[in-house]
Design a protein around this ligand. Structure first.
Ligand code: BG6
Length: 487
């Protein structure tokens, strides 16, 4: 990963009045400035969107967004907004508007004596990407005497064909080294720390294989339901929304071999090898679920089919559990269980590495099953950290074992951790692609999952507020495993 500094540039947000800009991008940009990572003189932020509101309107919106995000230093906030934020109205697909945007950007670059370094952040639905790229190109914005980088949000395609189509379109205008496909999970501090944890600590590396590990589980549980995103979710479902991207990224980071160096190409190539080594996943290895209503006292939590924007007979999954097998020298015989869903009892993102049981009969007088295997719990949210669980003797008689853990709490050790978007935006600005998704990775992931998404899905219902359908427990029981949870 690069230690370069940020060069002066114009940062253009297309879709600047959307939710992502308000909740994530502007707070991340301001926080980078607040920490001294992003000097005001090195960035001009140009918002572009449909509403006619001029620079002042955009600055006011941004000011309010930053206040909502928790900053209260009014004078400084206003000064930053006035100094750094600019705005241009852009009607979707209108060539003359892109021409006006180009002139506006060039004028700003002249006035502020900026080199022609440009980031275009497409905070737009993916169906608008093609036209937007074409228009940016026609307006001459994708060629410059400096560098041009373009950032794309997920979903990156809907299936293999659409992802391929999108990549082909992008490659008509820019090359892969200019493309930053965001998976915000890769920006999370704990995910990056997985690389440090695995490759800087030989004691773990020596255990990281099929000789020592029984199974690996990745859980991304959310307590929330649709939150007004029913219409989007109806098209996506949990598989496309979470598994194809976030969970798959986590799995490849956990399973990859040691890269030859810590740079983008080396890391991405190792992750890709993991994907290529996964054997085809069959329908028997997947459980799709959907939450139904939950009545608790006089409170009702709506079922998915009652959510706004969701048809009453929807067959979209809000839950997925699956088993993947990586057939390589390190992992053959170690199942990777992935699960994610909405309306779980609580928010939890956790990787559980369960080690093999002790090959000894020394404690055979104890109840069978009373010696839990060693586990390593890697918690990404909330309370980022690691717990290494082991058995100790409980004091006194009779002889009994109990499970305890050595714990490392990331927040306690380092205080507040950077937001994923801060890390990722900074990496775009310095041109480091390590934490971004390559064209080949997205296409390979779609190729792997496409057969599971074709055709009708068998949906199993679970009550909102529980850990998913019982069929997902059965998926593990077939191999003598159970979902492990928390510490
Ligand atoms: C997004 C999904 O990519 O990730 C959302 O579209 C999901 O549905 C979110 O809620 C989860 O992200 P995090 O960082 O809160 O785990």
């Amino acid at each position: 990963m690069s230690q370069r500094g940020v060069e002066p540039h114009v940062f253009v947000i297309l879709g600047a009045t959307g939710d992502l800009t308000r909740r994530k991008l502007l707070p991340a940009l301001y926080h980078l400035r607040d920490q001294g990572i992003l000097e005001t003189r090195n960035i001009l932020i140009v918002g572009a969107a449909l509403p006619e509101m001029g620079e002042e309107g955009f600055q006011l919106r941004a000011f309010e967004a930053l206040q909502q995000a928790g900053w209260q230093n009014e004078t400084e906030l206003r000064a930053w907004c006035e100094e750094c934020l600019f705005y241009q109205t852009l009607h979707e697909g209108q060539p003359q508007d892109y021409e006006a945007l180009a002139q506006y950007i060039r004028r700003l670059e002249r006035i502020h004596k900026m080199p022609e370094n440009r980031v275009f952040y497409l905070a737009l639905p993916s169906e608008r990407v093609s036209t937007t790229m074409e228009r940016l190109d026609q307006a001459g914005l994708l060629k410059s005497h400096g560098w041009v980088r373009v950032v794309f949000e997920k979903p990156f395609g809907h299936d293999l064909d659409s992802a391929r189509g999108l990549n082909t379109t992008l490659h008509q205008y820019i090359d892969e080294s200019q493309i930053y496909r965001i998976d915000h999970y890769l920006g999370k501090e704990t995910v990056q720390n997985l690389l440090a944890f695995r490759f800087a600590n030989p004691i773990f590396e020596s255990l990281w294989n099929r000789e020592r590990i029984e199974n690996i589980q990745i859980t991304v549980a959310e307590d929330l339901g649709m939150e007004h995103r029913g219409a989007y979710y109806q098209q996506a479902g949990a598989f496309r929304d979470m598994v194809q991207n976030h969970l798959t990224q986590l799995m490849t980071v956990i399973a990859m071999e040691v890269p030859v160096s810590f740079d983008a190409a080396a890391i991405q190539s190792e992750k890709l090898k993991v994907l290529h080594s996964i054997v085809p996943i069959t329908q028997q290895d997947v459980v799709f679920g959907q939450y139904k209503a939950w009545q608790i006292g006089d409170q009702t939590i709506l079922g998915y089919r009652e959510e706004q924007g969701v048809p009453k007979d929807s067959n979209t999954e809000t839950y997925v559990a699956l088993k993947a097998e990586i057939h390589n020298w390190r992992w053959k015989g170690v199942p990777f269980y992935l699960r994610t869903g909405k309306r779980f009892p609580r928010k939890l993102t956790q990787i559980v590495v369960t080690f093999r049981e002790a090959p000894t009969q020394v404690f055979r007088s104890l109840d069978p099953g009373s010696i839990p295997p060693n586990k390593l719990l890697i918690t990404l949210q909330p309370n980022e950290g690691f717990s290494l669980c082991f058995s100790v003797k409980s004091p006194g008689r009779p002889f009994q074992l109990s499970e305890h853990a050595l714990q490392f709490d990331y927040g306690k050790a380092f205080g507040q951790l950077p937001e994923a978007y801060e890390t990722l935006l900074r990496d775009v600005m310095i041109g480091d692609q390590t934490l971004f998704v390559s064209a080949e990775f997205t296409e390979t992931a779609w190729r792997l999952y496409a057969p599971l998404l074709a055709g009708e899905k068998m949906i199993h219902f679970y009550t909102a507020g529980c850990w998913g359908p019982s069929e997902a427990d059965a998926l593990l029981e077939k191999n003598g495993h159970r979902w492990a949870l928390g510490w």
